[in-house]
Design a protein around this ligand. Structure first.
Ligand SMILES: [Zn+2]
Length: 440
């Protein structure tokens, strides 16, 4: 089956980040066959999609989130100790395979509607997450959390590894669902446990490793107190600072930390909005990228950042670096879109497969309508995407040659049921919060 998308403002997100006017994309099966300008080749029986000048670009990559936490979106907003007051006790009480399934399905709807075709997730009962990703048709690096704080799905580290093994057994070789292991953070996963993860990863070179790193001052103090080291040094000591490690946050880094990260070839998921909402700080994105470290645009969980869509991150990603540099120049719009596509794919080790529109890559793409008054005129389409477009402007989205959304209608997730199931759980959460508050 051939699909020809024609008459597009094409952003292939290749090396120089060009804008191709009157562009076309030829899709054969799950892959891109050709990309170019002008009239497309004539292919008999092809489905022709006239984009009418809309932007067509690679599907976006969100390299750090906790999808099931959609159910916690905005819960306990502005309460400084909400993590210990509400979230951890409620996770212990309510996180079940079913809750993870329902929360992830709500996330799937949101991600598809926002043009995110690939995510990296870290949560509990991650096999459930993988199943929802599979069914909804997008791409996911699904990371089973391993932690020492008695998380809801594993009472022991052995049990955490057993869950990881199950995840790997179910999805190894899957084209779109990539099993991953996620030691939570240096302060919550003992150095010996991180070392065990490192050894396990040596035996499973195709399984990406994700971790939260250098995210908050309490983590810096903890690492200093217990190890007299920075979090990056603790991870290095555990043998985990290695090629392809997906490090979320990375706010507090010394020059030495950045050198170590670059030498080890780790990657970074930048969560500008979530970090800002918690009053934590700004990751040194320009310094990381200058050191050759790939950085992707991520959302973090919807409890912390409220959304899973990348458009709501773009403004902060650009503006925070401009604030740090006290200049208009840092983090130009083109670079933000590069980070959200091909560089994000590199963060997840998937840049040979996705992230740009080029022959032989998987056909993961989105179409964005720029006809809304708030997006016109569009002198620089990259600036329009970063500062003016919002998620509802995404019109169509395709993963591996399959339409997941057309004309804003999501084709692979039952919208009404997904919302109804989520709101049912939210009602129980509300009652529990009231109970906690009444006891305070
Ligand atoms: Zn996170």
């Amino acid at each position: 089956m051939t699909i020809l998308i024609t008459n597009a403002t094409l952003l292939p997100c290749t090396k120089d980040m060009p804008v191709v006017e009157n562009g076309y994309v030829q899709i054969e099966g799950d892959a891109i066959k050709a990309v170019g300008a002008g009239p497309p080749p004539a292919v008999e029986g092809a489905e022709i999609v006239d984009a009418g000048g809309d932007v067509v670009m690679p599907g976006m990559v969100n390299p750090h989130c906790h999808m099931a936490m959609t159910l916690f979106r905005g819960l306990g907003e502005d309460v400084d100790d909400r993590l210990f007051r509400y979230v951890l006790p409620m996770e212990r009480k309510f996180v079940t395979p079913k809750m993870v399934e329902v929360g992830t399905r709500l996330a799937a709807l949101e991600l598809i509607e926002a043009g995110v075709t690939t995510v990296a997730d870290m949560y509990y009962y991650e096999t459930e997450v993988g199943r929802v990703v599979d069914e909804a048709g997008f791409r996911g690096v699904v990371g089973q959390t391993i932690a020492d704080f008695d998380p809801p799905d594993h009472a022991s580290i052995d049990a955490g590894f057993a869950l990881t093994e199950e995840l790997v057994a179910e999805f190894s070789g899957h084209d779109r669902v990539i099993p991953s292991i996620a030691p939570h953070a240096p302060y919550s996963t003992d150095i010996a446990v991180m070392n065990r993860v490192a050894r396990w990863a040596d035996d499973h070179p195709d399984v990406p490793v994700q971790i939260h790193l250098a995210e908050m001052t309490s983590e810096m103090e903890w690492c200093e107190k217990h190890h007299r080291m920075t979090p990056v040094e603790v991870v290095e000591k555990a043998g985990l600072l290695r090629k392809g490690l997906i490090c979320a946050h990375c706010l507090y880094l010394s020059g030495g930390d950045i050198e170590k990260m670059a030498a080890a070839e780790v990657c970074v998921a930048h969560n500008a909005r979530s970090n800002a909402k918690a009053g934590r700080g700004i990751a040194p994105v320009e310094a990381l990228r200058a050191a050759g470290i790939p950085v992707g645009v991520a959302t973090d969980g919807p409890m912390s950042g409220n959304t899973l869509d990348l458009f709501s991150q773009f403004g902060p990603v650009s503006m925070f670096q401009k604030l740090l540099g006290k200049s208009r120049k840092p983090m130009p719009a083109r670079e933000v879109i590069r980070m959200a596509t091909i560089e994000g794919a590199r963060v997840l080790g998937l840049d040979k497969k996705i992230g740009s529109l080029e022959p032989d890559k998987k056909a993961d793409l989105i179409r964005i309508d720029l006809s809304a008054p708030r997006t016109q005129p569009a002198y620089d389409v990259y600036a329009t995407l970063v500062f003016a477009v919002i998620a509802v402007d995404v019109r169509d989205m395709m993963v591996a040659g399959r339409w997941l959304m057309r004309g804003r209608e999501v084709l692979t997730v039952e919208r009404k049921k997904a919302l109804r199931d989520a709101l049912q759980i939210a009602t129980a959460f509300k009652a529990e919060m009231a109970r906690i508050d009444s006891q305070a």
